[in-house]
Design a protein around this ligand. Sequence first.
Ligand SMILES: [Zn+2]
Length: 184
Amino acid sequence: MSPRVLAATGMLEGVRQVLSPHCDARPAGTAIDLIVIHGISLPPGEFGGPWIEQLFTGNLPHEVHPYFAQIRGLRVSSHLLVRRDGELLQFVPFQLRAWHAGVSEYAGRTACNDFSIGIELEGDDGTPYEPAQYRAAAAAVRALLEAYPALSAQRIAGHSEIAPGRKTDPGPAFDWNRFRQQLG
Ligand SMILES: [Zn+2]
């Protein structure tokens, strides 16, 4: 599969869209020049289920699990989510700012949400990510590199790198060499 970014909408062609209200405008004149790779599972350590989509759209039912009650009121999103089977979902058009990085710094610049695209892989720090996830994430990143000239294969960081001490995802389970090979 080789999706491409539709310039008019800032959406990846052919991916399922689940639009999130958790986004806003990037600061005027900000180029998109960083991709942030994340891992997420809800509840932590469990895969499948509608919970990530519901979290990102503000519809997580807080009574379903004690962890969901703990994160009540959390307003977060990412541009893309890669499910365990490699399915891609887009929550926020790329030209808008998704709320994935939080307090963060990359190469001396803070507030990475301003200038980055966030890609969440469903997973946790210790469970190997699926081959289909590497394939889908790499295909999405190739499309982004094509669409946004300030991006490059060198400007891809894990959440743990831009928020050290606070975040650990995508964790040691994410095989960066494999991902970079897949990128080509
Ligand atoms: Zn993260």
